[in-house]
Design a protein around this ligand. Structure first.
Ligand SMILES: Nc1ncnc2c1ncn2[C@@H]1O[C@H](COP(=O)(O)OP(=O)(O)OP(=O)(O)O)[C@@H](O)[C@H]1O
Length: 275
């Protein structure tokens, strides 16, 4: 039974998604636990991105439902889901590269602005001013938290890959999410950048009491920081539980060994050897 007192419980119920003749997801049911770090793993082509996109609203399931804290969001478009507190990052960084770090972070706020940007700029009523002040406070906190104060006025294009990923996290946090969805947050990062990101994800969960759902291939990171791990294979959930339980599940080992996904397997074996 899931503790739903903490906000941010995502329930995926019987979701099927087809692309032509291909069933990317087959009757998938699972819970994203509130206030926890939930990892979604599986070999290449298992359906992770498809499921992620169904939850964030970029894909509409052929059947089944998705709810957040009991509210059915299956038919809502991505902006409406963002307003309900779902924020996501992208596998390939989706920042405005010519803009500064601060301006990119400010874009995150618009999911919650009651007026549009132009109105807010042209007509500064007291309510808007209050809202802006509040937002600036949130942005300051996020910038301090992610240790990016020194680059706040730098254009994103001038930053290292690891810092760009951190800015993307900052923008997602600026949406004040209940559920933070991270699509391969450490893909392409070196060890130091990966360790930094792991710390920020863990601290973000604690600081804001977030529910986190991440798709990630780095088994070391998944095993280190996740509270729950769900494993997809050929569009079906084949294991769901604590990292230790999932790691020892023979179905999971078989899925990776049989998948011809040597990179994922090697990452895992190297990590285990180092422990
Ligand atoms: N837009 C699409 N059109 C057609 N088929 C698709 C589309 N997106 C995904 N698929 C197919 O659906 C299945 C699941 O793909 P998906 O990208 O969700 O897997 P994944 O687990 O995220 O893989 P990876 O780890 O390689 O990113 C695959 O067979 C894939 O070829």
């Amino acid at each position: 039974m899931i503790d739903t007192n903490g906000a941010g419980h995502v329930r995926v119920d019987g979701v099927t998604l087809s692309f032509g003749g291909i069933k990317a997801l087959k009757n998938v049911t699972f819970d994203v636990r509130p206030g926890a770090i939930n990892a979604l793993i599986g070999p290449n082509g298992a359906g992770k991105t498809s499921l992620f996109n169904c939850i964030s609203g970029f894909y509409r399931p052929s059947s089944g439902t998705i709810s957040v804290d009991g509210r059915d969001i299956t038919r809502l478009r991505p902006p409406a889901r963002a307003k309900l507190g779902l924020a996501r990052s992208f596998q390939n960084i989706a920042l405005f590269r010519g803009m500064t770090v601060l301006d990119n972070i400010k874009l995150g706020r618009h999911a919650h602005m009651s007026t549009n940007l132009l109105q807010a700029l042209v007509y500064f009523g007291p309510a808007q001013r209050e809202e802006l002040a509040l937002r600036e406070e949130v942005e300051r906190r996020i910038i301090d938290f992610l240790e990016i104060d020194h680059i706040r006025h730098a254009p994103v294009a001038a930053l290292s890959y690891g810092l760009q990923k951190r800015v993307e996290l900052a923008r997602a946090l600026a949406m004040k999410p209940r559920v933070l969805m991270l699509d391969e947050p450490v893909a392409g990062m070196n060890r130091e950048e990966t360790e930094d990101m792991a710390r920020f994800i863990l601290d973000a969960k604690e600081e804001w009491g977030l529910t986190i759902l991440m798709v990630e291939h780095d088994m070391g990171l998944v095993m280190d920081i996740s509270d729950h791990v769900a494993v997809l294979n050929f569009g079906e959930i084949i294991a769901d539980g604590t990292p230790g339980r999932v790691r020892d599940d023979p179905h999971v080992t078989e899925a990776y060994l049989g998948s011809g996904d040597p990179a994922a397997l090697m990452t895992r074996l190297a990590r285990e050897a180092a422990e």
